[in-house]
Ligand binder design. Structure first.
Ligand code: 6MZ
Length: 391
């Protein structure tokens, strides 16, 4: 476990609100309990329970969202989550979150994301590089910090990119709003987009300008997530297709429950990555391998939610054996009381992987990130320098 902590790692499947610290969640719930908004003792029991079914996990998310949805809290959680990942030597993370609206407190999807960005900016303990111009090829692993007494110390650096999640409860219009916000398109165009007028947007120069603006806040893609038994693929497809046509990378929660038709439709869509892939069978399984779509593997999450009965039968083994692109992830480190190091450690013990294989697995993840080649180059240097320092 200690060794897994020491190596550089890449995290590609982490939900912001699912990665909240227990201590923060309890503190926020206690505060709300005092104002009478919720009954703290009911909440405490749910937070402290460790084994939950998938249904219970989504009930917990509803509770989490009750205590986390204001701008200050979103900024705080973002800061803490990134600090936690950095402390484990995660050198690149794609953090995903569902932008939320709440008229009562003046929150729009845009202001929600601005709060996330504020959270990133407020981090002092580590060097957070989340904008393209933060790329610094001279010192990829650390930067230097100089305190008031002119003492110079190296600071850890973590590269952060953001994915905006579409929640399966959302309507086509909501989903489109999430995508359009990223592209900074005026929502009055959304109905046109839904009518299939993609080309209009593709070719207008405004579009190019907006896509460039988008890069500035480090958003690189879209995720489809949420309770897998809710909603229909056809509802989300227009927004996802539009996002894809405009150069945003897509990752889908796919096959978290048995639903061969949806799995097939998702594979036909050909996303850049998928998450989970627990209930693939027959042709879909073969197709996944044939298309070589990288799979974000979340071991603890799959076991805790009973999607997979035990690690002995986890599909990681089959995919790993055939060299399928895989990346080990946490999913919801807070909700499932895990960490990236724990997940690597679990993979090592469950599938008999040695240090060399684990290091390679961690390094291979670089290939599947949504950020550009410049970042890939830097991350490769980070892994190289780890090896050099060991020698
Ligand atoms: C599907 C999940 C998930 O977006 O509020 N989420 N969706 N399957 C999972 N596996 C257990 N874990 C988390 O983070 C919490 C949201 O992420 C999605 C759910 O929509 C959940 O409400 P944000 O930051």
């Amino acid at each position: 476990m200690e060794w897994c902590q020491s190596i550089p790692k890449v995290e590609l499947h982490a939900h912001l609100n699912g990665s909240i610290r227990d201590s923060t969640l309890l503190e926020l719930a206690r505060d709300l309990g005092e104002t009478g908004v919720l009954v703290f003792s009911d909440f405490e029991h749910v937070i402290l329970k460790s084994d939950r079914s998938l249904v219970e996990v989504f009930k917990l998310f509803d509770l989490i969202h009750m205590v986390t949805t204001d701008h200050t809290t979103i900024s705080r959680i973002t800061r803490e989550v990134i600090e936690d990942f950095a402390s484990e030597n995660v050198v690149y993370i794609e953090l995903r979150t569902t932008p939320k609206k709440n008229k009562l407190i003046g929150m729009s999807k845009r202001s929600y994301m601005e709060a996330v960005v504020e959270g990133l900016k407020s981090i002092n303990s580590v060097d957070v590089a989340f904008m393209p111009h933060d790329v610094d090829t001279h010192s990829p692993l650390n930067s230097l910090s100089i305190d008031n007494n002119c003492n110079v110390t190296p600071r850890k650096r973590i590269y952060v990119r953001l994915l905006l999640s579409i929640d399966r409860r959302e309507t086509t219009e909501d989903a489109m709003e999430t995508v359009c916000w990223q592209l900074k398109l005026d929502l009055k165009f959304a109905p046109l987009i839904m009518d299939g007028m993609f080309t209009f947007f593709l070719h207008c120069s405004l579009q190019v300008k907006l896509a460039l603006e988008l890069k500035d806040v480090g958003v690189v893609g879209i995720d489809l997530s949420g309770n897998p038994i809710v909603g229909e693929w056809t509802t989300f497809w227009p927004a996802l297709q539009f996002a894809k046509e405009n150069g945003l990378a897509i990752t889908l929660h796919c096959g978290e429950v048995p639903n061969p038709k949806e799995i097939q439709a998702m594979l036909d869509f050909w996303p850049q990555r998928i998450g989970h892939a627990c209930f693939f069978e027959g042709d879909n399984w073969e197709k996944l391998k044939h298309l070589n779509i990288p799979v974000e593997i979340c071991l603890t999450s799959n076991i805790r939610t009973n999607s997979i009965s035990s690690l002995d039968v986890h599909h990681f083994a089959d995919l790993y054996k055939v060299n399928h692109p895989l990346v080990i992830c946490t999913d919801d480190s807070g909700v499932f009381s895990t960490s990236v190091s724990k997940e690597y450690s679990l993979a090592a013990s469950a599938f008999g992987l040695g240090k060399k294989e684990i290091f390679q697995l961690a390094r291979d993840a670089i290939e599947f990130i949504f950020a550009d080649n410049e970042i890939k180059k830097i991350l490769n240097q980070v892994f190289d320098s780890y090896v050099t320092n060991l020698a």
